[in-house]
Design a protein around this ligand. Structure first.
Ligand SMILES: NC(=O)c1ccc[n+]([C@@H]2O[C@H](COP(=O)([O-])OP(=O)(O)OC[C@H]3O[C@@H](n4cnc5c(N)ncnc54)[C@H](OP(=O)(O)O)[C@@H]3O)[C@@H](O)[C@H]2O)c1
Length: 252
């Protein structure tokens, strides 16, 4: 077993996940850079430095998830922090289509069930698959913690408020996948509380990444900040939380 604490970040070859991986290395962790494409993962790990290691991990592929978990066990022997970051916002966003136009095409009355299923497969079922595969390792590592990268757009309370500016884009594909993810996170937190494994969800804020066509207003450093803050919290901290930058609670 290796001496340094080990963190696994899913979807860490680019965007917020990449920045989380980089920051966790800065905090003394050995970081496994989860990437569905191994070459992109290796390039990202190389850019981060010697304490980052690429790990082929497609969260929708059961064989990939199982192989990744076996590799973490055999090569590193521990898993202190699991950061579930990988997600997609759609399966084929056409350039030139505005967020408003895309949102209209994904309203409950017209949404493609296949599109919804594909996004939920990554953002919800993929998270549960990785959770189940990595749990034996987390259980074997005292003080282990799970951080789930969710989104404020999944908040039912916020979207119920008629004054909320972005209410019109709340829909069944990406936003509701994050609502479901929050429910999943709470169920995980409740189950694991007696074992001392803390589970929390965070929202990065509107960050400049591929996910939103690089329209986000926050930098990668800002987007990664809450996930990293929560990942470093000690054992005497609450579980089942949903927060954004600096620990501000987001209403369910
Ligand atoms: N950007 C924002 O404004 C914002 C706001 C709120 C929440 N978030 C959340 O922040 C997290 C990171 O998103 P981001 O903005 O950094 O987006 P991003 O730059 O598009 O990165 C997403 C990452 O997830 C990976 N991924 C997608 N499907 C995968 C799969 N099946 N298996 C493994 N990895 C997969 C991508 O891999 P590839 O490179 O191979 O595509 C990529 O590494 C997501 O959970 C997102 O919902 C983002």
């Amino acid at each position: 077993m290796q001496d340094k604490p080990v963190a696994l970040v899913t979807g860490a070859n680019q965007g917020i996940g990449f920045q989380i991986a980089k920051d966790m290395v800065g905090h003394g962790f050995t970081v496994l850079v989860g990437s569905r494409n191994l070459e992109r993962g290796e390039a990202a790990a190389k850019e981060i430095g010697p304490d980052a290691h690429a790990l082929q991990l497609d969260v929708t592929d059961h064989a990939s998830v199982a192989t990744a978990a076996a590799r973490v066990g055999s090569e590193f022997g521990r898993l202190d922090v699991l950061i579930q970051n990988a997600a997609i916002s759609n399966t084929g966003f056409r350039p030139g289509v505005s967020v408003e136009e895309y949102s209209k095409s994904t309203r409950p009355s017209v949404v493609s069930i296949d599109e919804m299923r594909a996004v939920w497969d990554t953002n919800v079922f993929g998270v549960l698959a990785v959770h189940q595969a990595m749990l034996p390792l987390l259980r074997g590592t005292p003080g282990a913690r799970i951080v789930i990268v969710s989104s404020g757009v999944g908040s039912l309370t916020t979207n119920s408020d008629k004054a909320f500016h972005y209410r019109a884009i709340f829909g069944p594909v990406y936003p509701a996948s994050k609502t479901a993810l929050n429910a999943l996170m709470l169920a995980m937190a409740i189950e694991l509380e007696p074992e001392g494994i803390r589970v929390s969800a965070v929202s990065p804020g509107y960050t400049n990444t591929n996910l939103n066509g690089y329209n986000g207003t926050e930098t990668l450093e800002e987007g990664a900040r809450e996930a990293v803050r929560v990942a470093l919290l000690g054992p005497e901290t609450p579980t089942g939380t949903f927060t954004r930058w600096e620990g501000e609670t987001i209403p369910w």
